[in-house]
Design a protein around this ligand. Structure first.
Ligand SMILES: NC(=O)c1ccc[n+]([C@@H]2O[C@H](COP(=O)([O-])OP(=O)(O)OC[C@H]3O[C@@H](n4cnc5c(N)ncnc54)[C@H](O)[C@@H]3O)[C@@H](O)[C@H]2O)c1
Length: 382
């Protein structure tokens, strides 16, 4: 099978490239280095050294004898993307190529406009290119659990049966995001649902929670193959940030009461989920939605877990509640369903002390690359 991975240079994209290459897929890795550009613009960088895609592909060839084809180009450039799809005829395309940070999208008008344009145009172009040039190709798009927000009812997997005035129908579950970034993910889902109905596309939309972890089976083979790993307020996800903060003895920045609850997953489970989604595609004309998380925690619970593991490394980790810069509910009901991927065969890898300890080891290895000034800047929603 041939698979195109868009956003291949990213935190999730690169390990996904290696995962599918290792499984014997023909992999085409696409990126325009947007993330490198915008992180440089705001003065933050990855904890792990991240060579350019071409060099990483060479390192993978040496480690595995497998070839990854690299294409540097912008998914928002329709000529580039449609040429690629027309000539390569992939069986599946994974869409990671978006601006993925909620705080970045709230920094100002320039950042909001970039997020909106990049995320929606990339999704529109993919739908069009697949419709025009490879209509049997399965589109796998990364959504986020943040699309649902924190409603006061159970969160279903994508769809909700509504009974109104004695009649019933299925609708997309009501969505109410709490950042512009998450709102673009809602709009992505709506775009794809429209084109699924109109053009009978095959789409899987994965509502993923914040991912944590520094390594996968393939990236562990060689330090050159490590994924990028951001620990700053703008691009770092919470568990990754807390581990780095512990290692450099920076008190864990818990926003407000820390009772905000979300679903999380280990980066290796992200790959397992993508593997299952690709192996078992949806039907023609189906928008299939999975909630891609394995367990839920409040921010306070995560901080406590990280603090406990810090003790194994003789670190006296402090937890500090700071004024919440975001506009979000702190105390809320949260009960998402996440059985779809488990029914396909997903084996959850839970947030054990052992897994967190491995993250500490990586963070300690690169301790001299930590810049404490980027850990908290206080980007406010209002
Ligand atoms: N990391 C998480 O915890 C998480 C959680 C939920 C959803 N997601 C989603 O998963 C996807 C990947 O996340 P990530 O953490 O790997 O982000 P990332 O920023 O590390 O990777 C995204 C990659 O896409 C590239 N890109 C962006 N726009 C592009 C364009 N127009 N053309 C070509 N390449 C482009 C960037 O340069 C970057 O390398 C995103 O869509 C994100 O919203 C991530």
């Amino acid at each position: 099978m041939k698979i195109v991975i868009l956003g291949a240079d990213g935190y999730l994209g690169w390990p996904t490239v290696l995962y599918f290459s290792n499984k014997g897929y023909d992999v085409i890795a696409v990126d325009n280095y947007l993330k490198r550009q915008i992180t440089e613009d705001i003065g933050v960088s990855s904890l792990t050294p991240t060579p350019f895609l071409e060099n990483r592909a060479k390192a993978w060839k040496e480690a595995s004898a497998k070839t990854i084809e690299v294409r540097i180009g912008d998914v928002c450039d329709y000529n580039f993307l449609s040429d690629l799809i027309r000539t390569e005829q992939p069986d599946a395309i994974i869409h990671y190529a978006e601006q993925p940070s909620a705080p970045y999208s709230m920094m100002g008008h320039k950042e909001a406009a970039l997020t909106l344009q990049n995320n929606l145009m990339s999704t529109l172009n993919i739908a069009y290119a697949i419709h025009e040039f490879a209509p049997n190709c399965h589109i796998v798009k990364l959504g986020t659990m943040g699309e649902y927000g924190t409603p006061n009812i159970d969160i279903e997997e994508g769809w909700l049966e509504v009974e109104h005035n004695g009649r019933k129908d299925n609708f997309l579950f009501p969505r109410q995001a709490s950042s512009l970034y998450h709102t673009t993910k809602i709009q992505d889902t709506d775009l794809l649902w429209f084109y699924v109905r109109t053009w009978q596309l095959k789409v899987t939309d994965l509502m993923q929670g914040p991912v944590y972890g520094t390594f996968t089976d393939e990236t562990s083979l060689n330090p050159f193959l490590a994924p990028s790993f951001f620990y700053d307020e703008v691009f770092g996800t919470v568990v990754n940030r807390f581990v780095v903060q512990s290692v450099c003895e920076y008190p864990l920045t818990v926003y407000g009461s820390g009772t905000q609850t979300r679903g999380y997953l280990d980066i290796r489970n992200t790959l397992d989920c993508l593997g299952l989604a690709v192996e078992f595609p949806p039907s023609v004309g189906e928008l299939r939605i999975f909630n891609q998380i394995t367990e839920t925690f409040s921010v306070k619970e995560i901080a406590e877990k990280v603090k406990q593991v810090g003790k194994l490394f003789d670190l006296d980790v402090k937890i500090k509640s700071i004024e919440n810069p975001r506009t979000e509910k702190e105390s809320h009901y949260y009960n998402p369903k996440y059985t779809g991927l488990i029914n396909l065969g997903l084996k959850p890898r839970l947030m054990s002390d052992e897994n967190l300890a491995k993250m500490f080891v990586t963070a300690m290895k690169y301790k001299d690359r930590i810049n404490q000034n980027v850990i908290f800047k206080g980007i406010k929603w209002n």
